[in-house]
Design a binder for this molecule. Structure first.
Ligand code: NAD
Ligand code: UD1
Length: 339
């Protein structure tokens, strides 16, 4: 099998490529290194003893993207990760986000549709905005994602829906990830954010290793059990596995057309304080923290109803919050050794 992974050197893509290579899939990877490093390929090689075929390519560049596709035929599936993903930055630079996330998607979809190649799209629980009932299932309203980033994800879903309506052989799966955390158990790949991380777990592990004086907890009087925001933290290895299941589901499906949406989470909500307590318990480290005001755009609660992906694909998270935090901490220590 030959699978194209866009944004494959990034956090989620690199873990998915490992699972594909371990299954002897031929993997092509496109990335423009905008938010990743070439060394990721060495980490992948250490784990799998193989490397994907890598092309440094910006998907916004239509002519170069077309040349790539002319050179590489027989692709049987596309997993599209390439996008900008920083929620805060997207509010300050909306055009950067619309341009990258939408143009890249359109350029690659053009090829997928011409060649009838099944397509997996990385969406996000952010499309649910401020949901009103929990756990959130796939039929919940998707409105007001609260940031230009979230809007690009929702627009992407709409574009795919329109393609499904228009083309008789278009097959796509949309995966709405909740909050991915952790790293490969080998410590050879993980989340390696360029610049100061905005997300909770990398900021927390960087704080504990000494890069920041304390973790800011955004908000203490949300209507949750302990007043801090609740999220569904999904281990990166579980999330990666959901892509393998999706590829199999898409390729083996008998129907010629497909447009299906799946949540990918654990189904369990954990507050920021739960995360800190769990981290301290599994690592024995202290997490210096201070409460500050709420962060603009944060929703109080988001956790997934995962019945659909479980019943249709047989996928279920195997790891828990503690496993994710332990591996995130091991990875932070690996990064410290490298620098
Ligand atoms: P990441 O930034 O680590 O990886 C994305 C990769 O895409 C990077 O390597 C980047 O260099 C590349 N890229 C960006 N624009 C590109 C372009 N125009 N051409 C070629 N390559 C390009 O992000 P990630 O965490 O691995 O996320 C992957 C996908 O999952 C994204 O679409 C993101 O929106 C989505 N997602 C992520 C999360 C999360 O919390 N990590 C949650 C929900 C959805
Ligand atoms: C959001 C989106 C997610 C998106 C991701 C990309 C929602 C529900 N989720 O995740 O879909 O793909 O951004 O970045 O919109 N926190 C702190 N201190 C920090 C950092 C975070 O207290 O320094 C808190 C936040 O307030 C939040 C939780 O930790 O409650 C998780 O935050 P983060 O890791 O940034 O992810 P989300 O904002 O949930």
């Amino acid at each position: 099998m030959k699978i194209l992974v866009t944004g494959g050197l990034g956090y989620i893509g690199s873990h998915v490529m490992v699972l594909l290579l371990e299954r002897n899939v031929e993997v092509l990877c496109i990335d423009n290194l905008d938010n990743s490093r070439l060394e990721v390929l060495d980490g992948i090689k250490k784990i799998t003893e193989r490397k994907p075929l890598f092309k440094n390519l910006d998907l916004k560049n239509k002519s170069e993207t077309d040349v790539f596709f002319k050179e590489h035929s027989n692709i049987q599936g596309i997993i599209h990760f390439a996008a900008h993903k920083a929620v805060n930055e997207s509010s300050k630079k909306p055009l950067l986000y619309y341009n990258n996330n939408i143009t890249g998607l359109l350029n690659i979809l053009d090829f997928s549709i011409k060649k009838d190649i099944p397509f997996i799209y990385s969406s996000s629980c952010t499309v649910y905005g401020d949901a009103k009932s929990f756990p959130i299932n796939e039929d919940a309203l998707t409105s007001n994602p609260k940031s230009p980033y979230g809007n690009t994800k929702l627009m992407g879903e709409q574009i795919l829906k329109d393609c499904f309506n228009a083309y008789c052989k278009f097959k796509t799966i949309i995966l709405r990830y909740f909050n991915p955390i952790g790293a490969h158990p080998s410590g050879n790949i993980g989340e390696f954010p360029l610049g100061t991380p905005q997300n909770l777990i990398p900021y927390l592990t960087q704080t504990v290793i000494g890069k920041h004086p304390f973790l800011k907890i955004y908000g203490s009087d949300y209507e949750t059990e302990d007043g801090t925001c609740v999220r569904d933290y999904i281990h990166i290895m579980d999330l990666a596995e959901a892509h393998i299941k999706s590829i199999n589901y898409l390729i083996s499906a008998k129907n010629k057309k497909m447009y299906e949406i799946f949540n990918v989470g654990t189904g369990k909500g954990s507050s920021v304080l739960d995360v800190i307590n769990a981290f301290e318990k599994v690592t024995g480290e202290n997490v210096p923290h201070k409460f500050v005001g709420p962060r603009e755009g944060d929703v109080p609660i988001a956790f997934a109803d995962v019945k659909k992906i479980n019943s249709k694909m047989g996928w279920k998270a195997k790891f828990n919050l503690e496993d994710g935090l332990r591996s995130a901490w091991n990875w932070e220590k690996e990064i410290a050794k490298k620098s």
